[in-house]
Design a protein around this ligand. Structure first.
Ligand code: 5GP
Length: 179
């Protein structure tokens, strides 16, 4: 399937599953090498990173834990508008090496908020593993240690990522076709 329709938008295939999986395996090997002996805790950010997390973890061979968090958006009373609250952390992060597993870093604002939140829980270190990064859209200074693929600014779906809730199930990544 080279093109798909989701609601009002057409998407065309841009990254094939086999290419995604090769990059995910490369990232896993880098993590195995860098974090050996550190018993990292992988914190997967739902919903978008469920497929990435599953494929990544199949290649992680060092002792580790995996857990899942969600970011709940709500309109805050502060002038900054939308605030994202981290829900679902049951683990004690004190002195842990934490690896955030995220689907995509766009402006980086979501990741910055997450880092601020997790940083208050006394971890030893926090590292970021992102499936995708849009480097031209980054608005904040972020150190993303592990990146599977860098992509242009276009909106994408598939491999866990959605358009209005749909499209997460595709094993390839598709880019929106502007008309
Ligand atoms: P940021 O705070 O970095 O601007 O946005 C990060 C979030 O925006 C991601 O976790 C994801 O939910 C969403 N996002 C950004 N770009 C895309 C995209 O191209 N496709 C999809 N499906 N979601 C995106």
């Amino acid at each position: 399937m080279d093109t798909i329709q989701i609601k009002d938008k057409k998407f065309t295939i841009s990254i094939k599953e086999q290419d995604i999986l090769a990059e995910v395996a490369r990232v896993a090997n880098e993590i195995n090498r860098d974090l050996a002996g550190k018993n990292p805790l992988f914190l997967s950010v739902l919903n978008g990173s469920f497929m990435f997390t599953a494929d990544l973890m199949k290649h992680i061979t060092i002792p580790c834990e995996v857990s899942f968090v969600k970011l709940a958006s709500y309109q805050g009373v502060s002038s900054t508008g939308v605030i994202k609250e981290v829900i679902g952390i049951t683990e004690d992060l004190t002195d842990r090496t934490v690896v955030i597993v995220e689907d995509i870093v766009d402006t980086g604002l979501t990741m910055q908020r997450l880092l601020e939140n997790l940083g208050t829980r006394n971890p030893k270190e926090i590292l970021i593993a992102s499936l995708l990064v849009k480097p031209d859209k980054l608005k904040v200074d972020l150190n993303i240690e592990y990146v599977a693929m860098k992509i242009p600014n276009d909106f994408i779906v598939g491999y866990g990522l959605d358009y209005d809730g749909f499209g997460r199930n595709y094993s390839d990544i598709y880019t929106v076709v502007e008309d």
